[in-house]
Design a protein around this ligand. Sequence first.
Ligand code: AMP
Length: 374
Amino acid sequence: MPQTVNHPEIVEPGGVVGILGGGQLGRMLAIAAAQLGLKAHIYCPDDHCPAVDVASASTNAAYTDEGALAAFAAGVDVITYEFENVPAQTIAFLTSLGAQVRPGAKALEKAQDRLREKEFINEIGAATAAFYAVDSLASLEQGLRKVGRPAILKTRRLGYDGKGQTTITDDDIDLHGAYEKAIAFAWEGVGAAPSILEAFVPFEREISIIGARGADGDIKLYDPAENVHRQGILKTSTVPATVSDHSADNAAAIAALLLKALDYVGVIGVEFFALKNGALIVNEMAPRVHNSGHWTSDACAVSQFEQHIRAIAGWPLGDPSRHCDAIMENLLGEEANIWRDIAHEHNACLHLYGKHEARPGRKMGHVTRIKPIT
Ligand code: AMP
């Protein structure tokens, strides 16, 4: 029987933060922990995890390995995760040992399933695209009648960066010659997996907001960023976003509502579609630090990474205000090869993740270009 794990109210400097997942987000969390005098222990099933290079300890084991998980839990003061697809059973097992997992299972459970997520967002009074649960060809047809075309079919689980999605437009219908054929093609496109059909939102721009809630319930919000995606992958995040004060306040209010409703501790990323009339539609929430908040490392006194570590360690939250304007650009695949040129630029803050293989679309690093507030 594994021993029960104790967790302190506040993780003092010298304490250990356990991080499930070893990608670039884990790496930046580990660096932030080190800055605060804390140690990071990375738990990652893959080889060559970028976070391991900057952590004081690591475990390379599966999320189902209960022995490894118990040893990990016994060696850390608090546990967090850097991506939302950590199996729910892993969190349940760690919690059953008495480990403190922040943010908790509730946020993860909602964020892992696009249908539950949208229902929850509507429950707290925020708008989403019209949606319909799809688990067969017949329900896809019903869904299309309800939400109309164009529409986007997305798998309920395990989708990210536009993966596990297919768009159904009138052009597709023409291309395939017949409605039935086009629908069958879309259904195959998501692997005939339980999915959600969403109405296509004719947005003017995409924005996101990074929020944090401390263990004492305090809430801090960063300025919204304006995001541009390329083939479903974030390319740039710009602050300030070109939205009205009213829309920015609205985004902050929705993020705060979500944080409270989830009894959340840590950083959350909430993505929105902004319509021409200023209305906001929530696209999704990520129960973790978020790519569209990377600019905070270079444009704020306390970055989203430090904020997350402060929250989960029971520390007071820091000041999220912005001391400069910024454009964060993701360096995808071979784009990171221009690091030498970026290194020559003034006011360009370069971050490389230490990944070896520059596969197309892979996030290899980012650069944040800063300038005085306009
Ligand atoms: P997601 O993985 O759901 O965040 O989708 C990736 C990107 O696809 C979004 O950032 C949007 O650019 C686009 N997208 C997703 N869902 C919709 C929608 N319902 N309407 C319009 N564009 C969408």
